[in-house]
Write a new protein. Structure first.
Length: 159
């Protein structure tokens, strides 16, 4: 498993925390503080795996966010979307998902591709506005969504 790492960038009053590696028993959130920022963006694109110990530590860490802090989940890979859907508290009430990846698959070639869905473009509230199939820009093959929509997009229906 790859080492857990967090990079911090402050722009105006928005703190962006970019996570990478595995969120597991070796992941440490010590020193990863929310501060007094109005918004904290959690860029999760490079999270490769998460296990039950990591989930527990993640939820404990989220509970340290000051009241009124808006949390934004950005670039959520499938492993994170799965946790949002299954684990109560993984996406707290004061958080929103700005963007997440959806797997697509080509029956013809067996190729897989992760497509980024963005709020206001591909989804809005509980409504999905993205096509079930896409054309792979590289190969020209038709690719179809490789998830059970009712389960994968369940988190969008909450709240």
């Amino acid at each position: 498993m790859s080492a857990f790492n967090v990079e911090k960038v402050l722009n105006d009053d928005i703190l962006t925390l970019s996570f990478s590696g595995s969120v597991d028993e070796d992941a440490s959130f010590s020193g990863v503080e929310f501060g007094a920022h109005s918004q904290v963006v959690l860029d999760l694109e490079n999270i490769s795996a998460i296990n039950s110990c990591g989930i527990r530590e993640w939820i404990k860490w989220l509970q340290t966010a000051p009241e009124g802090t808006k949390l934004v989940y950005r670039n959520c890979p499938k492993v994170i979307v799965d946790q949002i859907n299954m684990v109560s508290g993984f996406l707290p009430p004061h958080a929103e998902v700005e963007s997440f990846y959806v797997p697509y698959y080509s029956e013809a070639s067996g190729a897989e591709k992760m497509i980024l869905f963005k709020k206001g473009v591909d989804f809005n509230g509980g409504e999905i506005e993205a096509p079930e199939t896409i054309q792979d820009p590289e190969s020209g093959e038709e690719m179809e969504m490789d998830v059970i929509e009712a389960k994968y997009f369940k988190f969008l229906k909450k709240g």
